[in-house]
Design a protein around this ligand. Structure first.
Ligand code: FES
Ligand code: FE2
Length: 319
């Protein structure tokens, strides 16, 4: 039996950073149960297309090249523009009907590239918000990045985000006595204040407050004020129905430190926090989704979260 009775949720997923996709470059995006390829079209806008050529099925992300905003297949040289239309067959005058690659909705925002997963021909029903800190000169200018592939499902990670009692047992934090949590449309918002010594971190103590918002089942944003004032974006990018690529990205306020000095310090600081995230993985990897959980009065609002999450499966395209 499958551990997770879901398809891939209809949501935005972080698939790459803007600086990983230069003009006239091609990037493989092996996510969302698809083989996708990204490039920049003639206007510099990100285009995400299906990665298999409709001619004889070559993988455009392996050896394909981008010329003037159109991708050329490595097998017989057919060229496709940002809309996925074939615009050139070097050895034929007429372009056959159907010579077209499916195009997926993409959004470039806050130095990140997102792809929408949804039912065929349906439109995204929310956006990833702009981040004022990304434009703020007081913040670092490059996302510090961490990445893991874990055998779990985005909904499980989202549910874990509101499961405050687990912080005590998996992350060895003091009990969270107070939190705020509000579900609203495609988002939920939460905050906790934590005064913590993490047992996993040698001599490490950080008093911090966290304010978070999640948009859909693929995107989480946390503002954490502690030793550093940080913005942490985490994407739960589904690879397939049972595998998720977790991408965690951080910017921080400079304070008294210069950009380089801060980047170095921030890396060490975030490595410690990344180690905390890793504590969840063995649980996630081996657990199953319990459709009818037995809950106690002090548990998190799991049922409310599940009802909220159900909106992301309407007409969901299954694999
Ligand atoms: S398979 Fe792509 S041009 Fe032939
Ligand atoms: Fe956790």
């Amino acid at each position: 039996m499958a551990r997770f009775p879901f398809g891939i949720p209809n949501s935005w997923y972080l698939v790459a950073y803007s600086d990983e996709l230069e003009k006239d470059s091609v990037k493989a995006l092996p996510y969302l149960g698809r083989n996708m390829v990204a490039m920049r079209d003639a206007n510099g806008a990100v285009a995400v297309l299906d990665g298999y050529c409709p001619h004889l099925g070559a993988n455009l992300a392996v050896g394909g090249t981008c010329e003037e905003g159109a991708i050329r297949c490595p097998f017989h040289g057919w060229r496709f523009d940002g809309d996925g239309r074939c615009i050139e067959i070097p050895y034929a005058k007429r372009i056959p009907q159907g010579a077209r690659l499916p195009r997926y909705p993409a959004l470039e925002r806050n130095g990140m590239i997102f792809v929408w997963h949804g039912a065929p021909d349906s439109e995204p029903f929310f956006e990833i918000p702009e981040l004022p800190e990304w434009e703020d000169s007081e913040f670092t200018k490059r996302w510090l990045r961490f990445e893991w592939v874990v055998e779990t499902h985005p909904q499980e990670i989202s549910e874990n985000g509101i499961d405050f009692p687990h912080l005590q047992f998996v992350h060895h934090m003091d009990p969270v006595e107070e939190y705020r949590l509000r579900f609203e449309g495609p988002a939920y918002y939460w905050s906790i204040g934590v005064n913590k010594t993490f047992s996993t971190m040698r001599d490490y103590h950080d008093d911090f407050t966290m304010t978070g918002e999640n948009w859909g089942l693929g995107y989480s944003l946390i503002r954490q004020r502690g030793r550093f004032d940080t913005v942490v974006v985490t994407s739960f990018t589904a690879v397939d129905r049972e595998t998720t690529c977790i991408k965690l990205a951080v910017i921080a306020r400079h304070g008294d430190l210069g950009e380089q000095e801060l980047q170095a310090e921030l890396e060490g600081y975030m490595r410690e926090h990344a180690a905390v995230a890793e504590q969840d993985f063995p649980i996630w990897k081996h657990k199953r989704y319990e459709p009818k959980p037995v809950l106690c009065e002090s548990d998190a609002p799991i049922a409310e979260h599940r009802e909220w999450a159900s909106q992301f499966y309407v007409d969901s395209a299954s694999l």
